[in-house]
Design a protein around this ligand. Structure first.
Ligand code: SF4
Length: 337
């Protein structure tokens, strides 16, 4: 692993809010930090024009200097190929607009709803299925929030709320506290699930205040992290996970199968084993959602199934994530294996 003394000192000195507001969003700066050739710049600028680069310093610090194929870099570096039109790759691959029943609320599956708490992420992942999502139209002001509470109050079949985004942890602990308190007033809600990548890319996000907030809420809480490669995990995430687990939060991980990043058995095996050693259970391994601009990450289903089958032969069952894809209109995720 490389050392970036200047970056490390920034991490030690600053809060998660500072790290979140001082991400690298200039391709030239990222290439310079990583000692990468300037020949990559033109393509990065072309991809950047479609979906901007954004990567926090703690995540950059985990990348290997001088390696353009670093699996963490590949997840965030814009490329010219993102401009290619590929049949079947569209802006709303999961047809979420059809399930967008109220601003900030997506109700796709029975018993649970997803709330878009924040349009912001700490990192812009090039393969993100929401890279074209109209976050501006889904801002959660007080009026929209009241509509969501009314929607949830009116449907007693809903017992789980999922905080999503963007990244829901890009929002402040005070705002989360208010939202959770409001949700606690709805008697039929039992579980709170938080889908977030922030603790992986800025582990400092798991503050004592946040842990105490979850510890004191009446819900059974689940946090679903998102890491795609073992290199994303280190002792700082382990510390965050330990504190969350002490607050009775169940911690799972979902990953996306990505060409050139984790599309081999040894990477997937290392990811599962590393997750477990950091206190996290592998949950889903998703195939790529066909989002416009990300076709170069795609792996045919047959190859995904083959990889998963080999993975199964090398891991105990509890370390094997479920291989799945989301098909719009289906009542649940579709297992491929
Ligand atoms: S929503 Fe998740 S996958 Fe998409 S850019 Fe944000 S952190 Fe990455």
């Amino acid at each position: 692993m490389n050392s970036f003394p200047n970056l490390l000192s920034i991490q030690e000195e600053h809060s998660w809010q500072y790290l979140l507001s001082h991400t690298i969003d200039d391709p030239q700066e990222l290439l310079k930090h990583l000692d990468l050739p300037s020949s990559l710049l033109e393509g990065a600028k072309q991809g950047n024009a479609l979906f901007s680069l954004k990567v926090p310093l703690p995540f950059v610090e985990k990348m290997e200097k001088g390696n353009p194929d670093d699996p963490l870099l590949r997840q965030v570096l814009p490329l010219a190929v993102e401009n290619s039109e590929v049949e079947g790759f569209i802006t709303d691959p999961l047809a979420e607009m059809a399930a967008n029943h109220s601003d900030g609320l997506i109700h796709k599956y029975k018993g649970r709803v997803l709330l878009i708490l924040s349009g912001a992420c700490a990192v812009n992942c090039r393969y993100c299925f929401r890279r074209h999502f109209p976050y501006q139209e889904n801002r959660l002001g007080s009026e929209q929030w009241q509509k969501i509470l009314d929607y949830l109050n009116a449907d007693s079949s809903i017992n789980e709320v999922i905080f999503s985004g963007g990244d829901p942890l890009a929002t402040s602990d005070a705002r989360l506290q208010k939202m959770i308190s409001d949700l606690e007033q709805i008697p039929h809600l039992q579980r709170l699930r938080i889908h977030t990548r922030l603790p992986v890319v800025i582990p400092q996000r798991i503050t004592d205040e946040f842990v105490s907030l979850l510890n004191n809420c009446r819900f059974d809480t689940v946090m679903v992290l998102h890491a795609n490669h073992a290199k994303e995990l280190d002792s700082s995430i382990q510390d965050a996970v330990s504190r969350l687990k002490a607050a009775h939060v169940t911690i799972l991980n979902q990953a996306v199968l990505l060409k050139g990043i984790n599309d081999n058995v040894s990477s997937l095996k290392a990811l599962s084993e590393s997750l477990f050693s950091h206190g996290i259970l592998p949950y889903y391994l998703f195939t790529l959602d066909p989002v416009k601009g990300a076709a170069h990450f795609d792996i045919p289903d047959q190859m995904a199934i083959q990889l998963h089958s080999e993975l199964q032969s090398q891991l105990p069952g509890y370390l094997l994530p479920k291989l799945a894809r989301e098909i719009p209109g289906k009542p649940s995720k579709t297992l491929l294996f």
